[in-house]
Every structure is written in C-alpha cells, then in structure tokens.
Design a protein around this ligand. Structure first.
Ligand SMILES: *Cc1c(COP(=O)(O)O)cnc(C)c1O
Length: 377
C-alpha cells in the first residue's frame, strides 16, 4: 500500500540518534536547545520551545494564552481533533466557525461574527499547508485584544505574503509526527516572538517549575519553585538529534512535495468532476496534504466506493478530516452537530487526500493519479 504520508529517514539521521545515546544527555540536554535554536532561525521567530508532541504544543499555547474555564476559543472544524481538544484541556470552550469554500480555511468574516466578550483566542489552522489569511485574522485579533494562535502542523516552510509560518501569529505550533514535513518520531514546537509567552511555555512543559535541571546544575543549586500546575511535556535529546538532521533536509522535502502537487495539478486539469483545493496567490504552499474535491453526484459514484477501489489498487487515500464538531465526544460535550458549519460539512463529503511525501517516486505518483483518473472517468 502506498501510504498518504511517510517519513524520510536516512543513515545520517540514524547516526545522529546513536551519538546521543553515547552521550551524557538523553533529555533536557544540548540537542533540545540546538533544535529549538535552529527551528527558530528557520522560521525567523525569536523563541522556540520544543515539546513532546504537536498536541502538547497546542496545550502549551492554550495555557500561555491564559485560556481557562468560561473562555471561548474560535477554531475551524476542518482539522485534526487535537486542535480543539487543547482548548478543552484548559477548561475552555471551542467555538467552531465555518471555512472558506475554496480553501477550507477559517473564514475571517465569520470569525468576526462569532467573537464575544468570552473570546480569548483564535486558532487558525493552515490546513494542507496553505497559510490562512493572517492579515485579516491579525486585524480581528488586535481589534478585540485576543490571541491569534497558528496551528501550523501542516505548514512548516509555508509563507503568507513572503512571511514564514511561525511569524504570522502570536504563537505558532508545529508537529514532528512521522507524516509531517520533518520528524522526531513524536514531537512538537511552539514558536513566538514574545519572551514572556516563551517563558510560560517552558515552565508549563516542565511541571510548572520555574527553572530547569541544567540551569540549577550551572548555578550549583538544588532549590526550585513549582509555581503553577504544569505537565511533563518534555522532548528528549534522542528525538531532537533526529529533528536537527531532518531540518537540514526540509528545503529538499518541500521542493519534492511541491513537485508532486504540481504534477497532480497538471494531470487533473481536464477533469470535470475532480477539483484540487484552491491556492491563493498570496501564499507559498507547504503541501503537507494534497486534497481534491470530487463531485460524487455528477460522477454517480459514492465516496466509499471510490475509496475502496483506490485502496484495492494499493493507493492509501485518506480523508482529512471528519469535521471535529461531528465527533460523538463533541456532540455530547458541546451539543454540536450537523448544520453548525454547512460549508465544512458539504466539503467533508467531497474530499479525498492523495499520497504525498518526499519518497513518493515517479512511478508511484503516476500509479496514484492514473488510478484516480480511471476511477473518475
Ligand atoms: C498532526 C496534527 C496535530 C497534532 O500533532 P501530534 O504531533 O500528532 O500531536 C495537531 N493539529 C494538526 C492540524 C495536525 O495535523
């Protein structure tokens, strides 16, 4: 089966991990700091804090934004559930706002309509690797004095109007899960240009303690304060060593992802019933996903049938995502359901993700696109 996404790990990545295993620091050591510095430099942000997953990074961002019971956080429904789960971890309430029909990204006009006196933050999700309209979102956030947080788990290396994902919001969250642009096995990062936010996050990832082990060792002190309730969201040096070698390959990974997307686009140009998601002229896309919308009604075929046909041909197509507000937990917890975000719900019925990852070669790429076109002819 050709998967929809897959890591690209080479011998130098493996060697880097082995070296850490022979060193003194397996966690909270120099590789963590080095990885943070390199990611901050790459995305052109001032501070970066590495954590154990993208989900942990989202939770840290919610904490740093001060989200607490009674607060509302605006988010789109077309995302992985982790985005809004993080709001609930802090006792906040996610408020789902519908998406733009062409890009399936948070619609700023609708965001404005849903702002209330309880709104604490907006989480924008750069779905598929296409940055949201951060000009419009930042204007809204500033006008209401609330935080803008970017879930950029799909958009490492993407740009909006020439500015990198990582500089477009108050805090930006990345994931290093194996299907994402670069991997640490599991891992995540928060980047920000606000030192106070970075410090709050550093504390939160380490039980709410106001110093770390290396700091105390340098100062020859055993004393520390636990000043707030935090978690163990630390990432290991073993993981960060992998992140460092992976980051060197990011430009090549992005180039390959863009080539694949360009090829798919070209092949689908003449297809009446298949439409790739729109790409705004303002952005440089990072293509974590390649999503097409299929007009199943005019095709006279159900998505499940197409899905099964492609899976039988070993094409690991997928669906990103089931709108979060339709999950049983959310229906139960928030009383959400069908009709809340009609554009997202309609789009969900029509989307399918094609395989896209750096190691997808010419042959496999053709296998995927030929199978799709044949099934939709
Ligand atoms: C992958 C992902 C996450 C969660 O990241 P993990 O590292 O798997 O915890 C959150 N949001 C989005 C949009 C993602 O794609």
């Amino acid at each position: 089966m050709i998967p929809y996404g897959k890591q690209f790990v080479q011998e130098d990545d493996i060697q880097a991990v082995i070296e850490v295993l022979r060193s003194d620091w397996l966690t909270t050591g120099p590789k963590v700091t080095e990885f943070e510095k390199l990611v901050a430099e790459y995305v052109e942000a001032k501070h970066a804090v590495a954590v154990s997953s993208g989900t942990a990074a989202l939770h840290c961002a919610m904490y740093a934004a001060g989200v607490s019971p009674g607060d509302e956080v605006i988010a789109p429904p077309i995302t992985f559930a982790a985005t809004t789960n993080a709001v609930i971890y802090q006792g906040g309430t996610p408020v789902f706002v519908d998406v733009d029909p062409n890009t399936l990204l948070l619609d700023p006009v609708k965001v404005e309509e849903k702002i209330s006196c309880k709104t604490k933050a907006i989480i924008a999700v750069d779905y598929t690797g296409h940055p949201c309209n951060y000009d419009a979102l930042k204007r809204i956030a500033d006008r209401h004095g609330i935080f803008l947080i970017a879930d950029a788990c799909h958009s490492l290396g993407a740009k909006f109007k020439g500015k990198k994902a990582g500089t477009l919001a108050d805090m930006t969250v990345f994931s290093f899960h194996p299907v994402k642009h670069i991997t640490t096995g599991e891992g995540g990062m928060i980047v920000t240009s606000n030192l106070a936010l970075a410090k709050r996050i550093q504390q939160f990832r380490n039980h709410g303690i106001d110093s770390d082990y290396r700091q105390r060792e340098r100062e020859g002190s055993w004393y520390y304060h636990m000043v707030d309730l935090g978690y163990n969201y630390r990432i290991s040096d073993i993981q960060c060593a992998l992140g460092i070698t992976q980051l060197k390959k990011l430009p090549a990974f992005l180039k390959r992802r863009r080539e694949i997307a360009g090829y798919y686009d070209k092949c689908l140009l003449g297809m009446k019933s298949i439409r790739p998601l729109s790409v705004s002229n303002d952005v440089t896309h990072a293509y974590h996903l390649y999503v097409v919308r299929i007009d199943f009604k005019s095709l006279g075929k159900q998505r499940t049938t197409l899905f099964q046909q492609l899976r039988e041909k070993e094409i690991g197509v997928n669906v990103h995502y089931i709108p979060v507000h339709l999950h049983p937990y959310y229906r139960r917890k928030l009383g959400t359901g069908r009709g809340l975000c009609p554009i997202a719900e309609t789009a969900y019925e029509e989307i399918i993700s094609l395989p896209i990852f750096p190691a997808l070669d010419e042959n496999k790429m053709n296998q995927c696109i030929d199978a799709l076109i044949l099934s939709c002819a």
